[in-house]
Design a protein around this ligand. Structure first.
Ligand code: ADP
Ligand code: GN1
Ligand code: MG
Length: 367
């Protein structure tokens, strides 16, 4: 995106100092993210500027209200705990000159701006169990912090986001419509998906019976949505709050299993490398239990392993659906990118299945 598009947006935010540069930033699949550099009285200061993907988030203004409520709540809790560096532990929105927390551009797109959290990093591929532990602990603590949220009801930014039966039905529809004539080229993946249909009810049926409680959850806990402190390695700040809304804790844990136990990139071509890293699973289970501080029910703990398989499967069918529909949802950088992503997810589902027994044994031994 060119500077002329960003400049008029920037001018509407209350950012002091001299603008130096704006560069695309990060590896998110959804929004357009830029790192801004300003000179403020001789100190170089950075910000994160994001254009919200309005094709995906149909009501970005309500979404921004959610983010205001959630960040305010977590900010207050961090202050009450006596944290000194609160602005590194929770996202801080920069106000617009209008007094709102966002800016609309001339095309109607909604932009937001955050304080850049320095000396930290989000990891696309987690390298050590300690990092996995810290990331999972931060997501657990995030959920725990929201347990006493009593502000305005959060808006459902993407309806039925983790409704696995709905996701499966969307895949079936995409196969049937086959708008890009791609189904024939992905018969193996389609067969794998269809043959695993029974998986899609594994948590939904428990939720529908009221056996697993609905909580306020993050819903997009891939590990590059949390920042780790460069110096201490500590899980510092949970990012990407677009899908914070009612959900299951197991959706959050499952997506961590998906991203932490895979030792290679989500779009790796060599599927022989997609093998579950058991120490990573153990680390996120310990980290999540520590972060949630005893609030998970026994029934939630019993389903930690299946949640990993389910969320990995869900993500695989979402990538396959998008491939069949002509790549309209996830950003892609190459042809068949979504198909490559789908293949790693299905390979991980198989590997999780192979390790199921030992992972279950580990979880049941956890105190
Ligand atoms: P998307 O919804 O497209 O995934 P994210 O909100 O996750 O966008 O942001 C993309 C990336 O930008 C993150 O993975 C992280 O590396 C970086 N990022 C986002 N917010 C901040 C911030 N306040 N400080 C530092 N880095 C950030
Ligand atoms: C997207 O926004 P990002 O890149 O953190 C997606 C997740 C998927 C993930 C797969 C709103 O996450 O649901 O699991 O890609 N976010 C949305 O990598 O759809
Ligand atoms: Mg993200």
């Amino acid at each position: 995106m060119t500077a002329p598009v960003i400049q008029p947006v920037l001018k509407k935010f209350n950012i002091l100092g001299d603008f130096i540069s704006a560069e695309p930033y990060g590896n998110g699949h959804i929004n357009d993210t830029f790192a801004l550099v300003f000179n403020q009285g001789g100190t170089i200061v950075r910000y994160i500027l994001q254009r919200i993907n309005s094709g995906i988030f149909k009501n970005p203004i309500k979404l921004m209200e959610n983010i205001v409520h959630v960040t305010r709540h977590i900010n207050e809790k961090a202050k009450a705990r006596g944290a000194e560096d609160v602005s590194r532990r929770v996202l801080t929105l920069v106000q617009a000159l209008s007094g709102e927390n966002f800016v609309c551009d001339q095309d109607g797109s909604v932009w937001r701006c955050y304080v850049f959290i320095e000396n930290s990093k989000s990891w696309d591929i987690i390298e050590t169990p300690q990092q996995a532990f810290e990331a999972a602990k931060a997501f657990g603590a995030f959920q725990c912090d929201l347990m006493d949220y009593n502000g305005p009801q959060l808006f459902e930014t993407i309806p039925m986001f983790h409704h696995t039966r709905g996701r499966f039905a969307a895949l079936q529809k995409a196969i049937q419509e086959d708008v890009k004539n791609r189904a024939v080229s992905v018969k193996t993946e389609i067969d794998f998906a269809l043959s695993n249909e029974k998986l899609v009810n594994s948590l939904l049926s428990l939720q529908e019976k009221g056996i697993i409680p609905e909580r306020i959850t993050h819903n997009d806990t891939k590990l590059n949505n949390v920042l780790l402190d460069n110096k201490t390695g500590e899980g510092l700040c949970v990012l990407d709050l677009d899908t914070v809304m009612p959900g299951l804790s197991l959706y959050d844990f499952g997506d961590m299993v998906r991203t932490a136990t895979n030792p290679v990139a989500e779009d790796e071509l060599d599927l022989s490398k997609v093998v579950v890293q058991v120490p990573m699973f153990e680390a996120i289970a310990k980290g999540y239990l520590e972060g949630t501080a005893g609030t998970l029910l026994p029934v939630e703990r019993e389903h930690l392993v299946i949640s990993g398989k389910l969320l990995t499967f869900e993500c695989g069918i979402r990538f396959l659906t998008d491939f069949l529909q002509g790549d309209t949802y996830f950003k892609i950088k190459r042809e068949a990118h979504n198909l490559d992503r789908c293949r790693t997810q299905f390979a991980l589902v198989k590997s999780l299945e192979e390790h199921e027994e030992s992972l279950m044994g580990f979880v049941s031994a956890l105190t």
